[in-house]
Design a protein around this ligand. Structure first.
Ligand code: NDP
Length: 280
């Protein structure tokens, strides 16, 4: 087996961009690595992971539908972020034990920084309460935003996430609120779409006064730069618009840094990936 083996594991997996991204990072930093795709059977994620590490594998990225299962597997050694998210996208062995982290939030933060937007002191609206929203919640709070409101179609799910976050980060409780998607009020500096609404091509029913002057509209969806959410945001006066491709590269960069202890540059790989997507 080749040395320095890494992989992304999921089902389905053939469309994953992670091998491309990590190979680019390896080239950029001069680290020789093998990074493959592993299709895990739906009923044997655990066995597939164990086999990978027993065979000398160094690290795994985990994608749908196994992020929760990965969290359970690494339950003894989880980062706070992974614990709150209840989901793990990065696995590695240390001292003979499986460790897990969730780097989606760091990926989002680094992309927002790249766009030149500051979160500290700003009003942030997070749309959605599914896996993607959970993964970014704690890092957003830690970026010292003035207010963070979780709005979800099912309000109950937003309230549950709110409660869970407060129990894990009680000091941040006063800055956090939650409610229904159709009850959003006020103006926001940063609006992040972590719903899967753009995938279906539909728009969310949002007030046209949502965006404060200079606001950022961020759609976690990637693959198309002009999503229904971003088209609506532009019509509603948002100033900075971004799709989720930078977050995808950012979460990969954070995984890379955990495994190799080197922080790769995001920008050139994002440009290469953008170009590749336009030609496929
Ligand atoms: P989940 O299935 O876990 O959650 C879906 C969320 O979307 C729920 O909050 C759901 O609300 C909401 N939703 C779905 N359809 C609608 C609709 N028509 N109107 C209003 N709300 C809707 O999905 P994930 O959280 O895993 O993924 C969400 C998105 O984020 C996807 O597009 C995914 O590709 C993207 N993503 C991007 C990443 C990146 O690196 N850029 C990383 C991770 C995810 P309800 O609870 O009411 O059902």
């Amino acid at each position: 087996a080749p040395e320095n083996r890494y992989a992304v594991i999921g089902n389905p997996i053939e469309h994953s961009r992670s091998p491309f991204i990590h190979q680019q990072f390896g080239r950029q930093t001069g680290i020789a690595l093998h990074y493959e795709r592993i299709l895990a059977p739906l009923d044997d994620f655990t066995g597939t992971v164990e086999q990978f590490f027993a065979g000398g594998g160094r690290g795994l990225n985990v994608t749908l539908p196994f992020k929760e299962a990965a969290c359970a597997l690494a339950a003894e050694h989880l980062s706070d972020r992974a614990q709150l998210a209840g989901a793990v996208n990065t696995l590695w062995m240390a001292g003979g034990r499986l460790h897990g982290c969730n780097t989606d939030g760091v990926g989002l933060l680094s992309d927002i920084r790249r766009l030149g937007v500051t979160l500290a002191g700003r009003k942030v609206l997070l749309l959605g309460a599914g896996g993607a929203a959970k993964g970014v919640l704690l890092p957003l709070l830690q970026a010292r935003c003035a207010q963070l409101h979780i709005a979800n179609r099912s309000a109950e799910r937003a309230h549950e996430l709110h409660k869970r976050t407060i129990s894990l980060a009680p000091r941040r409780a006063e800055r956090l609120s939650a409610g229904a998607l159709d009850a959003i009020a006020g103006q926001w500096d940063v609006v992040i779409n972590a719903t899967s609404s753009s995938l279906g091509g539909g728009t969310l029913n949002l007030p046209d006064t949502l965006y404060a002057p200079g606001a950022l509209a961020y759609d976690m969806m990637y693959g198309a730069q002009d999503t229904p959410f971003l088209r609506q945001a532009r019509a509603h006066g948002a100033s900075v618009l971004a799709d989720g491709l930078g977050m995808l590269v950012g979460q990969a960069a954070a995984s890379f840094a955990i495994w190799h202890r080197v922080q790769p540059k995001i920008e050139p790989v994002l440009a290469a990936l953008r170009q590749q997507l336009q030609h496929t």
